[in-house]
Design a protein around this ligand. Sequence first.
Ligand SMILES: Cc1cc2nc3c(=O)[nH]c(=O)nc-3n(C[C@H](O)[C@H](O)[C@H](O)COP(=O)(O)O)c2cc1C
Length: 299
Amino acid sequence: MIYKSYLAPIDEYSDFAFRLLCQRHGADATCIPLVNSMAIVQGKLSIVDAKEKERNLGVQIVGNDPKIIGKACEIISMEKPFLSWFNLNCGCPSSRTMDSGGGSAMLAYPKKISQALSEMKKKVDKPVSVKIRVKTNRKYTIKLCKELVKTEIDSIILHGRTPKQGYSGKADWELIRAVSSEVDIPIIGNGDIVSLSQGKGYVEDGYCDSFMVGRAAMSNPMLFSDEKPESFDDKIKLLEEYVEIHRKYSEPSVKHVRSKAINFLSGVDWAAKLRNSLSRAKSVVEILTMIEKQAEENP
Ligand SMILES: Cc1cc2nc3c(=O)[nH]c(=O)nc-3n(C[C@H](O)[C@H](O)[C@H](O)COP(=O)(O)O)c2cc1C
């Protein structure tokens, strides 16, 4: 069984150090989240958060103009030739993304998605995929996927929820299975996976060809090797590992470390109390000291 475990793109969270941490703990592939195609083409944005050491690193493009999307991919592939794959975001349900016609707003325009994917295929010689959510129901989602396959993309990442659902309810894995059986390219299933064995189980049982994990990895990057940080010591070690990876390149920001601390320490009963004080921390050292101090006071 050949499959890949993917860390999902997580805007404002899955930075290079977090991706490398997940890679170290077993993730086969990761992805730079939500890169605005227009900003790339206008020269207002360039990708700095990508390191050559990252294995199977993809980049996710967002936009709604096929030519601009293709051009952005061309620019990015020249600037970062080590990127392994390109992805088009047609799943983001946030109003910020949808109001400009990108993300899941694209689901209403299959032709436009196809044009964008064709442009991407033309401009880069790396695998191209699309990340979508369920389009209303099983029938329309299968129809959409069959249409997109015609562009000769390499895979489809399918989150088993509609945009309207946001993150409520459960991902519809039966729908993901139905799409897999009807569509001839690899389907990367996504939604509610909490462990490597659960993801592998979906592959073994024919639900998908590979799988992607988002929220569960935010608090447990070790899940990609089916491990879990149980004790406070395990959790703080992970945070230190994140900081150490980051520091090999640059000093991490307080914002980055704070969000990792809050997520990695989830499950520690006194950690919730720490949230407020962490928001006042002015440096990474201060964050780590605050945590150590709390740990000493709550043995
Ligand atoms: C905070 C947050 C940020 C996200 N950012 C992105 C993003 O930039 N691009 C994207 O395609 N999906 C994004 N997602 C969706 C995830 O990639 C994933 O599809 C979703 O969380 C379902 O998987 P999960 O149940 O394993 O979390 C985000 C999700 C969360 C919770």
